[in-house]
Design a protein. Structure first.
Length: 155
């Protein structure tokens, strides 16, 4: 007997701990019309969620994994020719997002609240990106740039 499609999807390695994650989508109304108000709302929400019994970490992301939403961008990667046929899926996250999702870090460091105000911006990339662009060396300290006017969200 063949396994159902749902069972097959459930068995796929997702890269995060789907069994212990709880997600929700939040849309802000007109009261949060400025970046400062949006940032304050999300910080207060994450602080409140983090304080709930049983919660080990809380974070936010612009588009949930497997959530049927995506943000595609063109990037130029230092030391590589630009390929207009290659799009990158990008997300912006709060500092504890990866811990909340049970995602491990292979190298470098997690985001901190200091990264919000620091320039240049910092990034965490996946293993596929590293294998493609930096197969024989460390990606730490390397640079890439958005070239399509992608903007950064406010947290």
């Amino acid at each position: 007997m063949q396994r159902s499609v749902f069972a097959k999807v459930q068995s796929v390695q997702k890269g995060f701990d789907a069994l212990s994650a709880v997600t929700m989508k939040v849309s802000l109304d007109a009261r949060y019309d400025s970046p400062e108000r949006q940032t304050a709302f999300y910080r207060n929400l994450i602080d409140a969620l983090s304080a709930l019994p049983g919660v080990t970490a809380a974070g936010a992301v612009t588009n949930l994994p497997l959530g049927h939403e995506e943000s595609l961008s063109w990037l130029t990667v230092e030391g590589h020719n630009f390929d207009e046929k290659v799009f990158f899926q990008t997300r912006s996250v709060t500092p504890h997002y990866f811990a909340a999702m049970g995602i491990r870090l292979a190298a470098g460091h997690w985001f901190t609240s200091d990264d919000v105000a620091k320039r240049p911006l910092v990034a965490i990339v996946d293993e596929t990106f590293v294998k493609t662009y930096f197969p024989l060396r460390s990606p730490l300290g390397k640079r890439f740039h958005f070239i399509d006017g992608a903007s950064e969200p406010t947290w």
